[in-house]
Each structure stands twice: as C-alpha cells, then as structure tokens.
Design a binder for this molecule. Sequence first.
Ligand SMILES: NC(=O)C1=CN([C@@H]2O[C@H](COP(=O)(O)OP(=O)(O)OC[C@H]3O[C@@H](n4cnc5c(N)ncnc54)[C@H](O)[C@@H]3O)[C@@H](O)[C@H]2O)C=CC1
Ligand SMILES: O=C([O-])CC(=O)C(=O)O
Length: 322
Amino acid sequence: MARAKIALIGAGMIGGTLAHIAAREELGDVVLFDIFEGTAKGKALDLSEAAPVFGKDSNLKGTNDYADIAGADVCIITAGFPRKPGMDRSELIGKNLGVIKQVAEGIKEHAPKAFVICITNPLDAMVWALQKFSGLQPRKVVGMAGVLDSARFRYFLADEFGCSVEDVHASVLGGHGDTMVPLVRYSTVNGVPLPDLIKMKWTTQERVDAIVERTRKGGGEIVGLLGNGSAFYAPAESAIEMAKSYLRDKKRILPCAVRLSGQIAGVRGLYVGAPAMIGARGVEKVMNIRLKQDEREMFMNSVEAVEKIIADCKEMEPELKD
Ligand SMILES: NC(=O)C1=CN([C@@H]2O[C@H](COP(=O)(O)OP(=O)(O)OC[C@H]3O[C@@H](n4cnc5c(N)ncnc54)[C@H](O)[C@@H]3O)[C@@H](O)[C@H]2O)C=CC1
Ligand SMILES: O=C([O-])CC(=O)C(=O)O
C-alpha cells in the first residue's frame, strides 16, 4: 500500500517539529511547504540526512509550490505569525487571516480530499475562516488547541499529585484563549474526578483553581519565557495525535476545534473546542456533554470571545460574511 502523504503548510518552529515527528514515526511521506523555499528545502534535507541515523523511511520534500501537496491525505497548517510577549492571540488576525486565505486556496485546488488540521492563531477564528475560504466539508477541517490545552492541564495536575501523566485525563472546552474552560468535573486521576480528589485531601480547591488559571494562560507563559516565539514541541505532538487518529481510523475522542451544530449549549455554525471522535471520515461525532450552569456560563463567555474575533475577520474580509 502506498504511504500516506502529509503536507505541512508552514515550515517554521512547529512545521519543522511536525516533520521530525512524522519522519521518526514513519507516518508517511512529508511535504514541507513555506513561502521561504530555502527554509522548507533546508529542513526537509536536514531531516532526510537524519533518517539513516534513526533508521526510518519517509520521503521528505521542501517546496514553495502548492502543486507539490497534490493528493495529500493530511494537511497541517502552521503558516503565519506567532505572537510576541504582551500580545493577545487575537492581535494576529491582521497578518494571519490573509495567510489563511492563501493556504485555503492552495488546499482547495491541490488537496481538496485532505483532512485539514489548522494550528495558526487565533485558532478558532482561523479554522473557521479556513473552512469558509476553502469550502471543504466541515468534518474534514478541524483546529488543534484542545489536545494541547488539556495536555498542559494534565501535566500540571500530574505534577501536583506527583503521579504519572499517563494516569491523568482532562478535558478542556471552548476557544483557545484565556477564556478556555478546563473542565474540573470531567478531569480524573485513574477515573477518580478532581472534586473527589479534593475530598480525599489529595489537593485543595485553591490549588486546583490556580492550576486551571495556569492552564488558561499556558501559551502566554511559554511566550513570555521564550521571548521570541511560542510553544512548538507540545503543539506539534498534539497535532500528530489528531493526524494519527484520522490516518489509522482510531476514533480517538480528542478535544478539537470543530464546527458545532448544537451539540454543546446549542451553539451552531461556530468553530470552538469540544470533544470529537476523529476517524477515517474526519470528525465522526461530537460529544454532546451537558454542562452545569456555571460551566455553561464559562463556555458561553468563551464562545463570545471567539465570536468577537470572527466579527473582526468579517470586517477585514467581506467574503466571509454569510
Ligand atoms: N493552536 C495552537 O494551539 C497553537 C498555535 N500556534 C500558532 O501556530 C502558528 C505557527 O507558529 P510557529 O511555527 O511557532 O511560527 P514560525 O514563525 O516559526 O513559523 C511560521 C512559518 O509560516 C511561514 N509563512 C508565513 N506566511 C506564509 C504563507 N503565506 N504561506 C506559507 N507559509 C507562510 C513562515 O515563513 C514561517 O516559516 C502561529 O500563528 C502560532 O501562534 C502556536 C502554538 C500553539
Ligand atoms: O500562546 C501562543 O501564542 C501559542 C499558543 O496558542 C499556545 O501555546 O497555546
């Protein structure tokens, strides 16, 4: 059987890391696309030269020609600009909306059957715009944020309990911004929910509240530390998890930015983070979890934040207006 073809649109920090993981895991042949041809070609060649050392076979190609992504099974988009310390992700639309428009046109023309995972920020608005510009089926266009946000939540909780990260599961809903909703009630250690762990005196409400707040601001914490760029290892690992679930029809249930059609709090037509089953048909199901009043309020607050960014995108690009 032919190898899967994975197109990485954007060959910067996340794009290069994605290529590295895809090659090491022999997920398929990799096309690295970037407006800077040298960056894409250089990283593809460097990784090709590493392959004999790690002993895996994948073809890696760098390009600035969309024709090279033809027939891709998966496209992962990181093209665009990261924020700088002190900036909000929403401030990136001025630069990144135009980039997403170009990327959508490239994918629509050359890889319209691909499963498309958007990472570019501000995430929920960019994946919404990408689906609109490209006209691809919503079930084949998703955004990566929830896997990353819940991985941060899991890491902070495992650190709090001094236990393995493998035994901590967590769910984060809503937009990828400071209003995201880490769901305490649905987060567990060995199946035991956090509120029970508080009763068991494994931690306190105050400490859990602080972890929730740190999770919400997790991206900004890394931006502040790096000084010149944003997180890339954890975002790349997270998108690969989503790509693998599609390519291997694993039907993982992962928190992703998906276009809702009423499953959570009745929200429709908007891309926002929710637990979704990813299989060979793309988004095969969205979990219709029931929220308590306070959770629902936090979720709607996050939805409103996404709606505001989308309204600004519509002002910039009238073709996005319905
Ligand atoms: N969704 C999420 O959870 C996360 C999102 N991000 C976002 O991912 C994006 C990429 O981050 P990095 O890889 O760190 O940035 P980077 O700056 O290292 O790489 C971006 C690449 O995009 C390329 N590019 C710019 N315009 C392009 C165009 N029109 N066509 C093709 N390529 C183009 C640049 O040349 C650069 O190589 C940023 O917007 C960042 O905010 C970052 C971390 C997590
Ligand atoms: O914070 C940023 O700008 C990058 C990002 O989305 C994250 O790491 O969560």
